[in-house]
Design a protein around this ligand. Structure first.
Ligand SMILES: [Zn+2]
Length: 176
């Protein structure tokens, strides 16, 4: 994984960029959905091997899982804004696997499970993989993680949010 913080920043940015109204519920679920795929670390305690389709970076990191999760939340919460709910939740959930596929460690991401169990990395792998567990995070390793995430996650997200702010400002000026 990238760090929980790195994933959450992406969920925040997706929700804020794609919506105009401040839906706190959608924002909450967008952020939660960026972290949700790592629920599969629990399978380690059941001795499911990493490479297994239900192992770490397996099914919960797949495109199908993101689609199903987005569809479920869309039907439960997306009263009027069904498409926005689906898009924000799908993008937030799949962003987790996308970031993982750009990390320097672990195994690849099973984007196409259950149709294809291969684990995939992108050729760009500059995000330093985050340690699992808090103690290890406060270390030289943790600092490397923070620096790489500021460069490759926080900074691009900041630019997007800034562009969205500008866009909203000019749109209002134009209308009034
Ligand atoms: Zn992950």
């Amino acid at each position: 994984m990238a760090s929980i913080f790195g994933h959450a920043v992406v969920g925040f940015t997706i929700s804020k960029t794609l919506t105009n109204k401040n839906s706190k519920l959608l924002l909450f679920f967008a952020i939660a959905s960026t972290i949700l795929p790592d629920i599969d670390v629990l399978t380690f305690s059941f001795n499911v091997p990493y490479e297994h389709p239900f192992g770490h970076r397996g099914f919960t990191h797949s495109i199908l899982f993101a689609m199903l999760w987005a569809t479920l939340l869309m039907f439960i919460f997306g009263r009027i804004n069904k498409i926005i709910w689906w898009a924000v939740i799908f993008l937030s959930t799949i962003s987790h696997g996308i970031l993982d596929a750009m990390t320097s460690g672990g195994k690849g991401v099973g984007f196409f499970i259950p149709f294809d169990n291969n684990r995939i990395f992108f050729s760009f792998r500059e995000i330093v993989v985050s340690p699992i567990g808090i103690e290890k995070f406060f270390s030289e390793w943790g600092i490397q993680v923070i620096i790489s995430e500021i460069k490759y996650i926080v900074f691009p997200c900041f630019l997007l949010l800034f562009a969205k702010k500008l866009h909203d400002k000019f749109k209002n000026l134009y209308i009034s």
